[in-house]
Design a binder for this molecule. Structure first.
Ligand code: SF4
Length: 63
């Protein structure tokens, strides 16, 4: 699993952080997404899928 967060389209809503706090964070200046783990373990799969679904701007991608 490979996770990306596109900071060009992120609107700082924070839904990804709520869904998967071990994988996502937001920067302090603009609240834009930071990916803490680009290759999270399978134990994070459900949380990351929730983050992808919850993101209002389509910034979270999971391959
Ligand atoms: S949920 Fe989407 S828009 Fe909100 S902070 Fe995360 S990546 Fe950005």
């Amino acid at each position: 699993m490979h996770v990306t967060g596109d900071r060009r389209v992120c609107v700082g809503a924070g839904q990804c952080v709520l869904a998967a706090p071990d994988v996502f964070d937001q920067d302090e200046d603009h609240g834009l997404v930071l990916v803490l783990q680009e290759e999270p373990g399978d134990d994070q799969r459900e949380a990351v899928d929730h983050a992808e679904a919850a993101c209002p701007s389509g910034a979270v991608h999971v391959d």
